[in-house]
Design a protein around this ligand. Structure first.
Ligand SMILES: Cc1cc2nc3c(=O)[nH]c(=O)nc-3n(C[C@H](O)[C@H](O)[C@H](O)COP(=O)(O)OP(=O)(O)OC[C@H]3O[C@@H](n4cnc5c(N)ncnc54)[C@H](O)[C@@H]3O)c2cc1C
Ligand code: FES
Length: 325
């Protein structure tokens, strides 16, 4: 599919499904599947902004039900319902063409007002999104033997589109997924608990992640699944097993403190490493300066500012000034 990096536009999407993929009641993880016009294309690493201020149809229905009559939706009504007006950024967890349409998947954690609102959208509701955003995407160096994905919490969502593409190319993948508890691992339990090869009933986002293609490790803070501790500890063990003759590429997305440790370990092992930064964003288009970070530069002070939204979100880990102060 032809793709230009700067093809951002406002798109209307139809919700195909929007459901929790984990049993946890506290901040559950949801998978949102969207149908878009074929003109929507994106590259792994790019992201979208979803306009959450739009009411889902179901909320119209709830209002109608509560008040006994239909209430037209207004900005005041949105504010009454504590609706956030800013768009919210999300990674594309998968993108494919089905029956002449583009289908996009978003994997998200219900955290605050925006994602609570997002979780209320139902099949056949429409939503508006803006994108694809970001100008720096994941890349694969030549002659790589294995790729290692490291996802901290919902950071894993930012790696899945890229992972699926690399699996299709036939590259062996090692994946390290971390979460506070087993319930919060952003993968279907079937994948990390039984490691079943039968992935037929899973969404396209997950169906290629069976044991034949992916060597999966999980880490949880409380030890309720996999290693008790941090993904970075598992990553160190994985790196220690690297045969000297192999060329590896590492991709990571998650909290800053995690990324800093992954970047340091990859650098010490002399392994190519890209990180996707999910800094707080407001406008997503380079206007508000909310997402500024320091990167190394060949100037007197040794660094310069870059914007994650327009100049990222993917960066070579060696270029980032990890102590931002
Ligand atoms: C490029 C990019 C890609 C993203 N991709 C995903 C994704 O695929 N899935 C997903 O679940 N989330 C993703 N996020 C984070 C997502 O945008 C926030 O979770 C969301 O905006 C929260 O909105 P809210 O109104 O529900 O919560 P808010 O009330 O805005 O925040 C609730 C809590 O979440 C924290 N939070 C808000 N934004 C972020 C952020 N950027 N990173 C970490 N914590 C945050 C806040 O500090 C607060 O504690 C991404 C962010 C960026 C910048
Ligand atoms: S989010 Fe506004 S400049 Fe990056």
């Amino acid at each position: 599919m032809a793709h230009h990096l700067d093809n951002k536009a406002v798109h209307q999407a139809e919700v195909l499904s929007n459901r929790p993929i984990s049993a946890g009641k506290d901040q559950p993880n949801y998978l949102l599947e969207l149908k878009l016009d074929r003109s929507f294309t994106a590259l792994p690493g790019q992201f979208i902004q979803i306009q959450i201020s739009e009411p889902p149809l179901t909320t119209h229905r709830e209002l109608e039900h509560q008040n006994g009559e239909f209430q037209p939706w207004t900005v005041e009504a949105e504010l009454d319902h504590k609706t956030p007006l800013l768009n919210r950024p999300f990674s594309l967890a998968d993108l494919r063409t089905v029956d002449g349409f583009t289908q996009a998947s978003v994997l998200y954690k219900v955290r605050g007002p925006g994602t609570i609102r997002l979780s209320q959208f139902r099949a056949s509701d429409n939503l508006t999104l803006f994108g694809p955003l970001g100008s720096s995407v994941f890349t694969l160096p030549e002659r790589v033997d294995r790729v290692v994905m490291v996802g901290g919490g919902l950071g894993l969502a930012g790696l899945l589109f890229w992972t699926n593409g690399l699996i299709e190319k036939g590259l062996p993948v090692t994946m390290v997924a971390g979460a506070p508890t087993a319930e919060q691992i952003p993968l279907p339990k079937k994948l990390w608990s039984q490691r079943t090869s039968d992935t037929r009933n899973l969404s396209n986002v997950f169906s290629r992640l069976g044991p034949e293609a992916v060597n999966l490790y999980v880490a949880t803070d409380d030890g309720s699944a996999g290693h008790k501790g941090f993904v970075t500890e598992v990553f160190d063990q994985v790196l220690a097993e690297k045969p000297p003759s192999e060329r590896w590429a590492v991709y990571a997305c998650g909290p800053w403190a995690m990324l800093r440790l992954i970047a340091r370990a990859a650098d010490e092992a002399n392994v190519f490493c890209q990180v996707s930064l999910e800094e707080m964003m407001a406008c997503g288009i380079g206007a508000c300066q909310a997402c500024v970070i320091k990167v190394r530069a060949d100037n007197q002070q040794g660094w310069q500012y870059k914007l994650c939204c327009t100049q990222g979100p993917v960066f070579d880990a060696r270029t980032i000034v990890w102590d931002q102060d």
